[in-house]
Design a binder for this molecule. Sequence first.
Ligand SMILES: CC(C)(COP(=O)([O-])OP(=O)([O-])OC[C@H]1O[C@@H](n2cnc3c(N)ncnc32)[C@H](O)[C@@H]1OP(=O)([O-])[O-])[C@@H](O)C(=O)NCCC(=O)NCCSC(=O)C[C@@](C)(O)CC(=O)[O-]
Length: 332
Amino acid sequence: MTVDHPLSKHSGVVKIVEVGARDGLQNETGVVPTTTKIELLEKLSSAGLTHIEAGSFVSPKWVPQMADTPEIMKHLRTKPPFAPAGVTYSYLTPNMKGLKDFISHSTLNTGVSVSEHASEIAIFGSASEGFSQKNINCSIAESLERFRPVAQLALENGIKVRGYVSMIIECPYDGPTSPMKVADVVEGLLDIGCYEVSLGDTNGVGTPGTIGTLVNYLIKDRGIPAEKLAAHFHDTYGQAIVNCLVALEAGIRTFDSSVAGLGGCPYSKGATGNVATEDLVYFLEGTGVKTNVDMTQIVEIGDWISKKLGRKNESKVGTALMARRWGDGSKL
Ligand SMILES: CC(C)(COP(=O)([O-])OP(=O)([O-])OC[C@H]1O[C@@H](n2cnc3c(N)ncnc32)[C@H](O)[C@@H]1OP(=O)([O-])[O-])[C@@H](O)C(=O)NCCC(=O)NCCSC(=O)C[C@@](C)(O)CC(=O)[O-]
């Protein structure tokens, strides 16, 4: 028997962008072996995730943990069984050097053009000046000027471009962020060719009130189509799932998440990881929305990577389902 509930109107399939291997691992202080990162990426794609961030072409002096991104990309590009059809791997590229490195490593030894690869780049700006300076060493205006030729060259090469805007609610350096500023940066990123802009509550301070005010302002007052927005909510204050519900209600259909809630941000002290993929899948499927992610597999991956890194599994759903697992390894 199907019983209607207030959220029954939500149906169809949503897109999940798995950011654990990038947003998650970039914040690990210990060395994470490249083989572990590759194994994580392979496991994630076999669990049904189709959009996976695999690394960053950024300065290794700024983010040492991402220094092996070229090696990871080469592996994913040259080992077809590990880059299944329909899976898009994406990489952060903050400037022209990052994009050129992306293009050269993407085509290296593969014999195919970059546009034949199911990969895309992401450029990442901020709605606060303080974080923009700390994270990418330039002002917001300078960042948009820097991104413009990057996006243009990427698009000329058939590479899709995603945008991020960080600190959408509040910045540890500048205080509260105005929705107008967020809208300006979102529009700036769309204007230079991003097909979608992900709204980063980088330090997870947003609540249904502040997130609701922002997304309604972006969609209703500024006329930004909901399908061009994604929700990228960190779970520092335990608000991420309820904020995802607010985004869903506003019409947003793309959600970023991180297996086992991996992560934080190297330039935002105290920020913890994104909403855990396991928790997001449980919540979305529970409202009647399809994710096409295998719950058993994603829970096992979260358990595996947490043990591998020696860190606490931040997924409540993952922890609960693993606790229910029988000692003989039968189904969750
Ligand atoms: C943007 C820069 C490079 C500017 O950094 P800069 O120091 O201003 O760069 P520069 O152009 O003056 O170059 C300085 C040196 O860096 C090198 N360099 C220059 N560019 C690159 C590159 N692409 N790859 C590798 N090396 C690079 C360049 O070659 C040179 O090397 P040197 O001559 O000193 O040996 C730097 O600030 C940087 O790498 N920042 C990255 C920060 C980062 O990755 N942060 C984490 C991701 S953002 C995030 O997590 C938020 C998000 C997206 O998840 C959403 C949310 O939660 O809100």
